[in-house]
Design a protein around this ligand. Structure first.
Ligand code: DQA
Length: 418
């Protein structure tokens, strides 16, 4: 456990944050609903190591913070508070990072000079404007009361990107759209900061016009990921945000309520040397599918193993050709994962270091081999890593990973170790 964290707000029943944070790491993360007059004393004396802050308190908390990040100062609002060892409070605004990541995923890395319309003038709009300005884009705020309104939005036909930072179209008012996109023929990218529903009316229209678009789920996950890094002091792997967002969207589509208080079982799936060459290497033995296909398969199996009445399974994938990097990753799993699925590949037959790492962290582990190692050369029958694993699955191709994941899920559920 990395500490105790949580979310402060007035009404939090609709929050996805506990689920997202449970996928990001193994730390306590709870919801704390409170009236405004309790926020100050809660910040000072809750005993939590860090907090997220949500509507309507993001601006109010600024006055209680000892040091603000540049983003928090610029936005005049805080969504992440970290209690430092000396007891002082550090405040950041990771929504800006979140929207930057979402913009990057849709419009790419180079948006310098791009004209971007931001609908709405609240806190979400301020975060989008800051993110756009920092990246060198030219944001224009469209609002009902400001200098640029909706009635003559055509005058901004030179805009390439549009971001909806209003609540129009949000569940349960899903049919509504803040603007008719045909009025802006120069647009190429459309972003909706709303994440429920996954596809708002605005995004459905963007689809029908062939415009690249995305909803707000990635932003929600990215801001949580940056908060998580500030909370734990631990850098998350680069692909975490995308994989958590994809997993969460798949859970929702599978009917697993994102608000339900379900345990999340975090599995780390490690693949050793040459498995990045799947699809190319010896297809007669390893098949034609690639490593990317394997990652995809593991993600889908994790969602398949999650159930609305039991637990959510989340799998992080890691591949390396280097023994030391695999040892480091196994060590990182201590305190951050509930179980390890490992295909140590050629290191299976040589590496005492990987065996010792698995023994050191003492997490439930299952060994997988795509091929049937026992019916191949004699040296493949030796497995060092296997000596620290509860189960070995060999010869079932990608399905073997699914079998190992299911075994570990059941094991963790049975032993109550998560
Ligand atoms: C493997 C089997 C190992 O013997 C071999 O070195 C690999 C892949 C498998 O998945 O079948 O690289 O672990």
């Amino acid at each position: 456990m990395d500490g105790r964290f949580g979310l402060i707000g007035r009404s939090l029943v609709h929050s996805y944050s506990p689920r997202i944070h449970a996928m990001l790491g193994k730390y306590e993360y709870r919801l704390y609903e409170m009236p405004e007059e309790n926020v100050c004393s809660f910040l000072r004396s809750s005993g939590l190591d860090g907090m997220n802050v949500t509507i309507p308190y993001k601006k109010n908390v600024v006055q209680f913070i000892d040091e603000l990040s540049a983003d928090a100062r610029a936005a005049g609002s805080v969504n992440t508070v970290v209690r430092r060892p000396d007891g002082t409070l550090f405040g950041d605004n990771t929504d800006i990072y979140g929207i930057s990541e979402l913009i990057r995923s849709v419009a790419g890395n180079n948006i310098a000079g791009m004209k971007a319309l931001v609908l709405g003038s609240g806190g979400a709009s301020a975060a989008a404007v800051r993110a756009l300005s920092s990246a060198g884009a030219r944001p224009v705020v469209i609002s009902r009361s400001g200098e640029n309104g909706y009635s003559d939005i055509e005058k901004h036909s030179g805009a390439t990107l549009l971001i909806n930072a209003t609540p129009v179209g949000m569940y349960p008012d899903t049919g509504k759209s803040p603007v008719d996109l045909t009025r802006l023929p120069g647009l190429r990218y459309v972003i909706d900061m709303i994440y429920n529903p996954e596809k708002t009316a605005l995004l459905l229209q963007a689809d029908s016009l062939g415009l690249k678009n995305a909803g707000g789920l990635l932003m929600l996950v990215a801001q949580a990921a940056r908060s998580s890094e500030l909370f734990t002091g631990r850098k998350l792997p680069e692909d975490t945000v995308a994989s958590v967002a994809k997993h969460l969207a798949a859970q929702i589509r599978a009917g697993i309520d994102p608000h339900a208080d379900l345990p999340v079982i975090r599995l780390l799936v490690i693949n050793g040397p040459n498995l990045n060459m799947l699809g190319i290497r010896e297809p007669a033995i390893y098949g034609n599918k690639t490593y990317a296909d394997l990652v995809d398969f593991i993600g889908r199996r994790a969602v398949g193993l999650s159930d609305a009445n039991g637990a959510v399974v989340f799998a992080e994938c890691f591949q390396s050709n280097h023994e030391g990097a695999i040892v480091d990753k196994i060590q990182e799993a201590y305190g951050t994962a509930d179980g390890i699925v490992i295909n140590p590949a050629a290191y299976t037959h040589t590496s005492v270091a990987i065996l010792d790492a698995l023994k050191a962290v003492a997490l439930p582990a299952a060994e997988v081999h795509i091929s049937d190692v026992n019916s191949r050369e004699a040296f493949r029958k030796v497995s060092y890593a296997g000596m620290a694993c509860l189960r070995t699955v060999a010869g079932y191709g990608f399905d073997g990973y699914g079998m190992a994941m299911e075994f570990l899920k059941d094991y963790v559920m049975r032993t109550g170790n998560q």
